[in-house]
Design a protein around this ligand. Structure first.
Ligand SMILES: Nc1ncnc2c1ncn2[C@@H]1O[C@H](COP(=O)(O)OP(=O)(O)OP(=O)(O)O)[C@@H](O)[C@H]1O
Ligand SMILES: O=P(O)(O)O[C@@H]1[C@H](O)[C@H](O)[C@@H](OP(=O)(O)O)[C@H](OP(=O)(O)O)[C@H]1O
Length: 390
């Protein structure tokens, strides 16, 4: 690995660390909390009012690293994490414990009650990782359930919050009528989100990233092209080929298991993510998470997951998205290799600086990874429902 690029966090990261070290000395935060600016602030605030439970000895370690989610997680004892109960997700995790996919999902440990709220207790996927880097990729070409669409058609319920999110990203996106109502329906918003991100083209999208337990970045909503995603993987892994290769291997074995899985054949997997986790020591893994919208299909339907969706088929395009993700990672490995060969030749100075700048932007939350020639500058033809089946 290139020495300069792999030599540690950017200067911006150190600004956060300096602030943290001062607080740490005053015993207001732990070293782990220091690793993340958000964790640092949240942990301090919450600790001041937190009484603690017997299970809280590892409090704050994983929950601070949760990439997104409106407060659905709670710390548990070491090695476990609690997620707010959803009957759908609970049924999925129970079923997955009996399926060939079991090694690819967090292990399930039943339900627990905390302060009048029921939680699913599951394996903490960050356990054992030191200052983890985490990426959440939402899978599939469709991000809403057929049922949600049917309900919205029967009784359209325009939402102001979704309109506000839409105009925040693109003020031109709403139709005239939507502008007048200042509201959009959920399927309309979800379909638009698919089209502005890589979901519609590639069948997956990056939702959130954190590097070495730094601040959480979620500004990927308009990231569409394969090239932008490759650059994000380069930044995310700090060009480490060993980690990229480990990710590809894990995805390939997951892909094989998915093709054999009874659970997968009988479930429409919507809004589920792949969670990429690694650390500086080179531990790397990918997990299937978030089954809150993964539902059993009608008995007569056996899903393929590698064909285009048509209403009524319940197809989600998960395997097409997974193949595109594997191809994108393989291209990333190739790009990293070529960059390194050029660096050895002494001719990669310019390229190195570009990646360094992007890394700083990502850490500052300003990332718009630049493409060289236009927005959809795919290096190879993505697999889409229409152009290839697995
Ligand atoms: N088992 C786990 N171990 C460690 N971290 C986890 C685990 N499950 C989820 N996370 C973290 O929490 C984040 C959100 O997870 P998940 O998508 O399951 O929650 P959610 O509440 O359904 O979120 P959203 O509604 O935003 O999709 C993930 O991106 C990941 O960072
Ligand atoms: O990513 P964004 O732009 O913030 O949009 C949200 C995202 O697509 C979530 O997947 C979705 O929750 P579900 O997957 O649970 O439907 C949520 O719907 P919600 O507002 O109804 O929670 C959207 O607002």
């Amino acid at each position: 690995m290139n020495g300069r690029r792999g030599s540690g966090p950017s200067p911006i990261f150190f600004v956060y660390r300096r602030k943290c070290w001062t607080q740490e000395r005053a015993r207001k935060v732990t070293p782990q909390e220091c690793a993340s600016p958000r964790g640092f602030t949240d942990a301090r605030r919450s600790r001041e009012s937190h009484r603690g439970t017997p299970e809280d000895d590892d409090w704050g370690h994983t929950v601070q690293n949760v990439l997104h989610s409106g407060g659905n997680f709670k710390a548990s004892e070491r090695g476990h994490i609690l997620k707010k109960f959803s009957p759908i997700e609970n049924a999925c995790l129970e079923a997955l414990m009996e399926d060939i996919l079991r090694p690819y999902v967090p292990s399930y440990h039943g339900l627990v009650e905390r302060e009048g709220q029921t939680y699913i207790k599951m394996e903490d996927l960050l356990m054992g990782l030191e200052a983890p880097s985490i990426m959440d990729c939402k899978m599939g070409f469709r991000t809403y359930l057929e049922d949600e669409l049917a309900k919205a058609l029967l009784k359209p319920t325009p939402r102001k919050d979704l309109y506000n999110k839409m105009v925040a990203l693109d003020s031109q996106a709403p139709t005239l009528e939507e502008h007048l109502q200042k509201a959009v329906t959920k399927p309309r918003y979800m379909q638009w989100r698919e089209s502005v991100s890589s979901t519609a083209m590639l069948g997956f999208r990056i939702e959130g990233v954190t590097i070495e337990a730094g601040s959480v970045k979620k500004n990927f909503k308009k990231m569409k092209s394969r090239e932008q995603i490759m650059e994000t993987f380069v930044i995310f892994t700090k060009s480490r080929q060993d980690i990229l290769v480990a990710y590809v291997k894990r995805l390939e074995s997951m892909q094989a298991a998915l093709k054999e899985s009874e659970f997968f054949r009988t479930h429409e997997v919507i809004g589920s993510s792949l969670l990429f986790v690694h650390d500086r020591r080179g531990t790397a893994n990918v997990w299937m998470i978030d089954f809150g919208k993964t539902t059993v299909t009608p008995a007569h339907i056996s899903l393929r997951h590698d064909v285009a969706w048509e209403p009524g088929t319940h197809e989600d395009g998960y395997l097409l998205g997974l193949q595109n993700l594997i191809d994108t990672l393989q291209d990333t490995i190739q790009m990293v290799k070529e960059n390194r060969e050029e660096a050895v030749d002494g001719s990669a100075q310019e390229g190195e600086q570009t990646i360094g700048e992007n890394e700083k932007m990502l850490l500052k939350g300003e990332v718009e990874v630049k493409t060289t020639n236009g927005e959809n500058n795919a290096l190879m033809t993505p697999i889409q429902p229409g152009n290839r089946t697995l």
